[in-house]
Design a protein around this ligand. Structure first.
Ligand code: CMC
Length: 390
């Protein structure tokens, strides 16, 4: 193991070069392909940003329309996939249901899985972008015992997803433009974040030349964990605990600071940002407005804001450079939109999908890519011998 470096959590190890996303964690800067996230949030939309991340440039109007059209025409999933959903218990969390369904896509499209065939990669890209929201909505419908709805192609990406989640066959579903626009922006803010746990997983799995569906399915499972995508769900649990279970905000903060039972202030801290997460800043910027319009729980938002204020003034958080991250406010907004907590991470997965795809493609096209294979420092027993009867 001569020159092996011990680096748990890859704190200091770059596994790849990348053109996709730039983060300056000390200064709270995030750019997709060079464009500041604030400008994209103001002027772009999720489908356009997806194009930017995957192909490297903003699309012309014609390119945009063609791309959006191609996604739209692939939104249905094979009827047989629906049967999968019946095999899960009703209480199933929609994340593992989604990752299983995405993994299963490679059995339905087994003729176009070659990672080195550009056309096949392109069609898998479109299929994933188009079908993941449909599968996610099916997983949701299953969990609430309602019939699954087919996608409707006259609607845009966010509208279509909302209708598949909240519509019922008995009634015409009216898309609320505020909800649709808000969801679109939230998805865009999640679209990529360089080598986070799930994206690194997608690259690592893909580095063995596993197909894009298999790689993305692994990414969904990585995102499922509470320290990653599951954090937005945990934020609401935490706020609920403080609001409804008789624990004051100060008592909770003391627990966090004393590291009692491993309690953390969820939605705070980040491996890379040692400053305010720019995505959290954008979301916080209009959380009040959106919640007022949607009739959300403003008391919980006020509680979140007061927790943030307390933390930012507290030595424990200041010394460790712990600031709110993207998940601190998203859960409150998703809840106001009507999503149950177990769907929050699924929404993160739909948002992060373009980043996984862009990075998987970059990895496959990069001649410097090697199969991911970390080393270790062996600290176990030295050689010993199997006891044999004397
Ligand atoms: N609350 C209290 N203490 C914290 C927190 C927190 N949220 N985050 C980090 N710390 C402390 C930690 O205990 C450690 O203290 P000490 O130096 O005394 O041991 C120090 O800060 C450094 O933490 P770390 O765990 O070594 O940092 P990391 O880079 O390994 O972890 C993190 C990053 C995001 C996993 C962590 O900050 C965390 O667990 N946050 C809460 C979960 C969360 O909000 N996750 C969402 C991340 S953003 C979206 C995404 O990528 O999914």
């Amino acid at each position: 193991t001569g020159n092996v470096t011990y680096d748990p959590g890859f704190m200091n190890t770059a596994n790849t070069k990348s053109h996709v996303t730039y983060i300056d964690g000390d200064n709270g800067i995030l750019r997709y392909r060079g464009y500041p996230i604030e400008e994209l949030a103001e002027h772009s939309n999720f489908v356009e940003t997806t194009y930017l991340l995957i192909y490297g440039e903003l699309p012309t109007r014609e390119q945009y329309e063609d791309f959006a059209h191609r996604i739209t025409t692939h939104t249905m999933v094979h009827e047989d996939i629906k049967m999968f959903f019946n095999g899960f218990p009703r209480s199933a969390h929609p994340m593992p249901v989604l990752s299983s369904a995405v993994s299963a896509l490679s059995t339905f499209y087994s003729d176009s899985l070659d990672p080195f065939d550009k056309e096949q990669v392109e069609i898998s890209t479109i299929r994933l972008l188009a079908k993941v929201p449909t599968l996610a909505a099916y997983a949701f419908k299953k969990s609430v015992g309602e019939p699954q709805l087919y996608p409707q192609n006259k609607l845009n990406y966010a509208e279509n997803f909302l209708r598949m989640c909240f519509g019922v066959p008995a009634e015409e579903y009216e898309v609320d433009p505020v909800v649709a626009k808000t969801l679109d922006i939230l998805l865009m803010l999640h679209a990529d974040h360089e080598q986070n746990c799930s994206t690194s997983t997608v690259r690592l799995v893909g580095s063995s030349h596993a197909n894009m569906f298999a790689s993305v399915s692994a990414g969904i499972n990585a995102l499922y964990g509470p320290l990653h995508g599951g954090a937005n769900e945990s934020v609401l649990h935490m706020l609920d605990q403080i609001q409804n279970r008789g624990l004051s905000a100060d008592e909770f903060m003391e627990k966090v600071k004393n590291k009692e039972d491993g309690v953390r202030l969820m939605g705070f801290g980040h491996r890379v940002y040692k400053n305010y997460d720019p995505r959290a800043k954008i979301i916080k910027g209009y959380a009040h407005d959106v919640l007022a319009k949607l009739g959300g729980n403003n008391e919980m938002l006020d509680l979140a804001m007061s927790m943030e204020e307390k933390a930012l003034a507290d030595d424990y958080f200041v010394e460790r450079k712990l600031y709110p991250n993207v998940d601190f406010y998203t859960g409150l907004i998703y809840k106001a939109m009507g999503f149950p907590e177990k769907m929050f991470t699924v929404l993160f997965a739909i948002g992060r999908l373009p980043g996984w795809i862009a990075q998987w493609r970059e990895m496959i096209e990069d001649p410097e890519t090697k199969i991911g294979r970390p080393r270790q420092l062996y600290v176990g027993e030295g050689e010993r011998h199997y006891p044999t009867a004397q």
